[in-house]
Ligand binder design. Structure first.
Ligand SMILES: [Zn+2]
Ligand SMILES: [Zn+2]
Length: 344
């Protein structure tokens, strides 16, 4: 079968590999669609030895069951599924509570992260990772598993503060951010302020239901402050889907006292936290700072429900498998609107 593999650090290659077979407890999926994620670029850019090579990338997968391995029940060839990408140990304190994204034993790992992923015609996954998607289009189902699940999990963590009439600032209207806007619209009654450098991204945010948009730039804090009022008031929740120094600075300068900062993007910025009562403080008093990671299987089921109800729709740009390297280069240049999805 054809597969797009990281053959060495930084090298993504179209290769021919034997079609794998489902082992005990596993299922062979015919891949229907795979989302291209910024994390894949981080994996490609990581130093040698951090990730196995050669490895097929792709951790945002939807497909159809092709073959069921020994000992698997409840799944049959033809079932249409989305894949929960994390594989926790299943036995630690976190996994037992369903928080495999906090596994205390297995460091960040899973399908397309520590074993072969979905950028291929077929992929083998543990049957326990599958969720039914019904008649949802597979190129819609795939982005739900990360671009949908990650913001959903962050919003779940912030839900006690997302009271009707409060304000949520969403920074970065890309693959995850444009899903966050829709999840907020579907599940809360908050005022949404979308922030991005790109006018096209802000137009997308408006179409999806953001109440205000602010173009990122030197005056972004001032313009957001004009909407949320001066300190100690501010945005109740800030979701930063970029995580670079400028966005983290904006985030901490617009959050309210007692608000919540959720740092989802992995762009390598630094948030200074200095617990003093300065005016203005680096982070306001009583403010929570969290670094959410992906989400849980239960949350993915809820995200799929939003998708099936027509309340969550990924804006996708599709590429055939042999153009996957081009999809990643386009993503790296910041030229993907919404999510790039690769269809084998
Ligand atoms: Zn990802
Ligand atoms: Zn665990």
């Amino acid at each position: 079968m054809r597969a797009v593999r990281m053959t060495a650090p930084g090298v993504l290659e179209q290769t021919e590999v034997p079609t794998p077979a489902a082992g005990p407890g596993e299922v062979l999926l015919r891949v229907g669609a795979v989302g291209a994620c910024h994390s894949d670029l981080h994996i490609l850019d990581a130093p040698a030895g951090m990730y196995p090579t050669p490895m097929t990338l792709g951790h945002e997968i939807a497909g159809t069951v092709d073959q069921v391995g020994p000992g698997v029940s409840g799944w049959s060839p033809g079932d249409r599924t989305a894949v929960y990408g994390i594989i926790g140990c299943g036995r630690c304190r976190a996994c037992l509570r369903g928080l495999e994204n906090q596994c205390r034993v297995v460091p960040v790992g899973g399908i397309g992260l520590s074993r072969d992923g979905g950028l291929a015609e077929y992929v083998v996954v543990p049957a326990s990772r599958l969720l039914h998607v019904g008649d949802l289009d597979l190129s819609q189902a795939a982005p739900l598993t990360d671009a949908g699940l990650t913001p959903y999990h962050a919003i779940e963590l912030a839900r006690p503060k997302l009271r009707p009439g409060t304000t949520c600032v969403v920074i970065g209207i890309g693959g995850l951010g444009h899903m966050a806007v829709q999840i907020l619209v579907a599940t809360t009654a908050v005022r949404i302020i979308a922030v991005d450098t790109s006018v096209a991204a802000l137009d997308l945010a408006s179409r999806l239901g953001a109440h205000e948009v602010v173009q990122a730039g030197p005056d972004a804090v001032e313009r957001i402050r004009a909407l949320v009022g001066p300190p100690p008031d501010g945005a109740d929740v800030v979701l930063d889907f970029v995580g670079a120094d400028p966005t983290l600075t904006t985030a901490r300068q617009v959050v309210a006292t007692g608000g919540k900062l959720l740092l989802v993007g992995l762009a390598g910025g630094t948030l200074p936290v200095r617990p003093v009562a300065d005016e203005p403080p680096t982070v306001p008093l009583e403010t929570d700072v969290m670094v959410p990671f992906w989400g849980t299987r239960a949350e993915l089921q809820e995200v799929i429900a939003l998708g099936r109800a027509g309340q969550l729709h990924a804006d996708v740009q599709t590429f055939p498998l042999d153009r996957a390297p081009e999809a990643y280069e386009t993503l790296r240049r910041g030229e993907i609107h919404g999510r790039a999805v690769i269809v084998p």
